[in-house]
Design a protein around this ligand. Sequence first.
Ligand code: NAP
Length: 280
Amino acid sequence: MSELKDFGRMFRLDGKVALVTGGSRGLGLHAATAFLLAGAEKVIISARKNEGPQGIDQAVEKLNKLNVSGKAVGIAANVADTEDIARLVKKVEETDGKLDILVCNAGATWGGPFEPTPDWSSKKVLDLNVRGVFNLARLFAPLLAKAGTRQDPSRIIIVSSTAGVTVPHVGDHGTIMYSVSKAAAHHMSRQLAVELGPRNITTNTIAPGFFPSKLANGLIELLGGEEELKDWNPRKRLGEPEDIAGVMVYLASPAGSYVNGEDICIDGGVRYAQGRQSKL
Ligand SMILES: NC(=O)c1ccc[n+]([C@@H]2O[C@H](COP(=O)([O-])OP(=O)(O)OC[C@H]3O[C@@H](n4cnc5c(N)ncnc54)[C@H](OP(=O)(O)O)[C@@H]3O)[C@@H](O)[C@H]2O)c1
């Protein structure tokens, strides 16, 4: 037998403060839910809109109905805007004085034919998916460094996409700049792993395949709908909330403390089913 220290706490987040951008719905809300269920003391969710059926307020209300001791709070911020990120950092500093887990999840996509691509669409995608992630990491680094230790570092988890490691869609619904932005996110995480590792902050990337969500549903329909995509997938299904929850908790908890600069694809292996998603 080997002496595994504190194995019972290996996947626990007790006492941790986490912030999830884009936490009001979709993958971000799956992550926020998982963190609270794993024992996090506080989960701050951020998005642009407070109100409405997909806004921050309804998500906070749902999260606070979980039967756990941790609490959810919301802070509205546009994380493509550097001043807004600075404001978000200041608020977290005032209320918590530290941050243990930063999930850079908010993302934007755009699809369309190659030559008429409007320049605004490339700016929108790069501003949020690349520059925004960089500035979140940069401006939150002092608060993350305050919380991390050599044995239990703080965590940055970047939500990228399998589009960052494949050429998924070209033609009429091409997503070239989205794909490029996600590839940049992967490489950013490796850079941050080396830059911030010595400050007791690890950085890793999660690259999801298709999970039904507001962002993905349009493209899922264009590709033939859920049933067709399930059939293409070696696991014969699309992603489900638990698939995100499991990898998020692994990377954020003691179990993931020595993992730094890695990409984990969560796609059932469909990226290896060569060329099939490039049919468009
Ligand atoms: N779903 C998939 O199949 C899939 C696959 C691969 C990768 N991903 C990635 O996963 C991440 C989450 O996607 P999702 O599918 O969960 O999308 P979603 O359901 O549309 O949720 C996006 C979230 O981001 C927020 N958001 C958007 N722009 C923002 C901004 N400028 N500042 C702050 N918050 C912003 C949205 O709230 P507001 O609109 O109120 O701001 C919302 O909370 C993205 O990075 C996406 O690229 C998703």
